[in-house]
Design a protein around this ligand. Structure first.
Ligand code: E4P
Length: 223
């Protein structure tokens, strides 16, 4: 099971790499738009992320027609060997997925909201499929149930497409994804940091440190 960071913020990416927390990165046009400051262009942002991350980085096309998607995908692909092309789940998107996968260009099919869409993406050779669980929860559905269904279908028919759980909002999404057997979970940095935290850990550490002051009142480590 791999963890990807869902951001285009280079400082977050560098910090998460230092902590050994991430295997890759996902971006989207909204996340990129938040980083367009200090005169940085889309191309500058993407190139820096690709250079920094030793793993797959998903970058999304913004064309909605088949040829436009292929042209943009080719440009993204030429930026670096770890670039994965994010293509939306639409009819032109499915056609683009088929063309790109035939050329062995990895695709992440995005904006997936049910298991049938995920199955079509797998049939057309997507390397990753991104079901958006949080956005389904937002409209009163159980996003995680979609992950369950996709896992079952992919196992039934031996699809190799990796399930990349997206729109993750909390550690419960992460736990349920791991129990179901998702391949990748992408999440914002604040959710990743929460994975390492527990109030009983903080309480226990605080007690150990206060007891240690009986051994070494100045807090030193006298060896
Ligand atoms: C995934 O690749 C998307 O970038 C992301 O997970 C969307 O999350 P949101 O629904 O919190 O915007």
């Amino acid at each position: 099971m791999k963890i990807f960071l869902d951001t285009a913020n280079i400082d977050e990416i560098k910090e998460a790499i230092e902590y050994g927390l991430i295997d890759g990165v996902t971006t989207n046009p909204t996340l990129i738009s938040r980083e367009q400051k200090d005169g940085k262009s889309f191309s500058d942002i993407v190139k820096e992320i690709l250079k920094t991350v030793d793993g797959p980085v998903s970058i999304e096309v913004v064309a909605t027609d088949y040829q436009g998607m292929i042209d943009q995908a080719t440009k993204i692909h030429n930026l670096g060997p770890n670039a994965v092309i994010k293509i939306p789940m639409t009819l032109p998107g499915l056609k683009a997925m088929k063309t790109l996968s035939e050329k062995h260009i990895p695709v992440n099919c995005t904006l997936v909201f049910n298991a049938i869409q995920a199955t079509l993406a797998a049939r057309n050779g997507a390397e990753y499929v991104s079901p958006f669980v949080g956005r389904l929860d937002d409209i009163g559905e159980d996003g995680m149930e979609i992950i369950n269904q996709i896992r079952t279908i992919y196992n039934n028919y031996s699809f190799k497409t990796k399930i990349l759980v997206a729109s993750v909002r909390n550690p419960v999404h992460v736990l349920r994804s791991m129990i179901i057997g998702a391949d990748v979970i992408t999440m914002p940095y604040d959710v990743i940091k929460k994975l390492a935290m527990h109030p009983k850990t903080d309480e226990g550490l605080s007690k150990f440190l206060s007891d240690w002051r009986k051994v070494a009142p100045d807090g030193s480590f006298p060896i």
